[in-house]
Structure formats: structure tokens, C-alpha cells
Write a protein that binds this ligand. Structure first.
Ligand code: CO
Length: 293
């Protein structure tokens, strides 16, 4: 067993996106703050409607996948393929923008807490121009694994293997083979699980105190902690317990050229994306809805 150490910390910075939604951006806060295949992680968290009411009106994407994970609040998404879905607490939307679409994500509440995450996951060059697709995954379809004393894990993508038991999340079979776990730890609880050697992995500590690896290195609150290579992830909570996202994926190892909501491999492909968007091509393509078993 080779337990992954904390290798590098990317603090989150205050940012604003959409029509002025206030959020914290860790991964993606600058072009050097990525962890292949992960491009960006935003946390939105506010009790003040002024921070979120403006929402994310119509905007395009091409070349990667977006994952929205709601903790509190209610958001509605609509896309150029005529699809619409509602996300409530614990729900996930997994969208493969690929060739492109135009969508919006708007709050359906005028007060109370809005809290959740948006993750951007890259696609390999050969998949960037495949048709767009998405699925809404209700919280009830996301398995929760008992992962040792005082540890519960929501398995959103990939499989969690522990003590000969495997818990499979609703998202599987992507070429980046992602793991997306939301780990809830009681006071002083320890979570230890295998993560494929060769995958890039990181943690995002969003509640409580988190200590990483055998050395128990402290990970700052609301920061992304990139992990060194190894085959096992180990985290420990402080006195007050902790909640931590664990993300891991197979690196793509290709150039990343980003221009706003387009992420391609070359500058020419970005120019093509801008032309296609301006010509309305991204609003004409179908967006397939994937059923979750
Ligand atoms: Co979007």
C-alpha cells in the first residue's frame, strides 16, 4: 500500500461567474491551477440571494464535461436541445458538452441558502466533437457507502472498493474513468480507500478540519489539495468532523487551450468553436438525454 501524500495546495479565490454569481474557485483559478483531466472546481455557497439570484443565463460550452452537484437550494437548467431539469439538494447533473450546446442554470429560489459545486472535466481530443449529452441524477439514485466507523461516502462517479465490497456510482465507463466521492467524516474518523495508481487525484475540504495521508498534513479549508501518486487515499477528520470531495481521473496528457467556455487542444479549434457558436451551430445540434439506471 502506497498512501498518497499532499503534494500541492490550490487555495480557492473569490470569483464571479454567469451574470454575477459569487463563488470560490480553486482549480481553474489560473491556467497553471489544473489537475489533468480536471480543469476547474467552483464552490458556490451563500445565504444572501444577491450573491446568486442572477444565475447563469444562456451560455455555450464545447470540448469537455460539466458536473453540477447541489448541496442546498434549487436550480433549473435548460438547454438548446429543448431539455430541462431541476436540481435540488443532493442532485447531480452530468453534462457532456462535447461538440457543443447552449444552456442556462437559474436559481429557483429567492431566499435561503444556495450551495453546491461545479466541476469541469476535460475530454480527450478524439471525443471533443462527439454529440452533446446529459443526465440528471436524483439524490436517491446516488448510493451512500458505509466506509468504516463514522464515515459515509456518496459515490457519484466510479466505484468505491472497501473490505471486498464495491459501491458503484451512477456514472461509469468514461475514458477518464473518474471517481467523484463526497466523503462525510464524524469527529476523528478516518477514511481510507484505494484509488487507481496513475490517476490524478485531489481533495476539496469544504467543512471541518481535514488531515491528509500518513503524515496527517493539514489541508486548508476550501482549498484543493492535489495528491502525489500512490494507490491509496487516506484522510482523517478533526474534532468537529469534516466533509471532503475526493476526485480522481485518468490524465489525458494533451495540450489544453481554453477560451472562456470552450476547451480544445489547439488555437485553431478554439477559433472554429467561436465561429460555430456565432453561426448558431451549437444551438442547432441535438442534446441527448442519458437515462440513469
Ligand atoms: Co454552463
Amino acid at each position: 500500500m502506497n498512501v498518497r501524500k499532499l503534494d500541492r495546495v490550490i487555495p480557492s479565490v473569490a470569483a464571479s461567474d454567469g451574470a454575477g454569481v459569487k463563488l470560490r474557485r480553486s482549480l481553474g483559478s489560473n491556467p497553471h491551477a489544473r489537475h489533468d483531466p480536471f480543469l476547474m472546481l467552483d464552490e458556490f455557497y451563500s445565504d444572501d440571494p444577491d450573491d446568486y439570484l442572477a444565475g447563469f443565463p444562456s451560455h455555450p460550452h464545447r470540448g469537455f464535461e460539466t458536473v453540477t452537484y447541489m448541496l442546498d437550494g434549487h436550480m433549473r437548467h435548460e438547454d438548446s436541445g429543448g431539455n430541462r431539469g431541476d436540481l435540488g439538494p443532493g442532485d447531480v447533473q452530468w453534462m457532456t458538452a462535447a461538440r457543443g450546446l447552449v444552456h442556462s442554470e437559474m436559481p429557483q429560489q429567492t431566499e435561503g441558502r444556495m450551495r453546491g459545486f461545479q466541476l469541469w472535466l476535460n475530454l480527450p481530443a478524439r471525443e471533443k466533437m462527439k454529440p452533446a449529452a446529459y443526465c440528471d441524477i436524483p439524490a436517491a439514485k446516488i448510493p451512500v457507502a458505509d466506509a468504516g466507523e463514522g464515515v459515509r461516502v456518496k459515490v457519484i462517479a466510479g466505484a468505491l472498493a472497501q473490505d471486498g465490497k464495491e459501491t458503484k456510482g451512477p456514472i461509469e465507463g468514461l475514458s477518464t474513468d473518474p471517481r467523484f466521492f463526497d466523503v462525510h467524516l464524524a469527529s476523528k474518523a478516518v477514511f481510507e480507500a484505494p484509488v487507481p495508481a496513475g490517476h490524478n487525484a485531489f481533495l476539496y475540504a469544504y467543512e471541518g478540519e481535514t488531515f491528509v495521508g500518513m503524515e496527517r498534513q493539514k489541508l486548508a479549508h476550501r482549498a484543493a489539495g492535489l495528491l502525489a501518486q500512490g494507490d491509496t487515499v487516506r484522510i482523517e477528520a478533526g474534532d468537529g468532523g469534516a466533509r471532503v470531495l475526493l476526485l480522481a481521473g485518468r490524465p489525458i496528457r494533451e495540450p489544453v487551450v481554453q477560451y472562456g467556455p470552450f476547451v480544445m487542444s489547439t488555437r485553431e479549434e478554439i477559433e472554429q468553436a467561436v465561429r460555430d457558436y456565432q453561426a448558431g451551430a451549437m444551438t442547432r445540434d441535438p442534446v441527448r438525454r442519458i437515462r440513469v439506471a
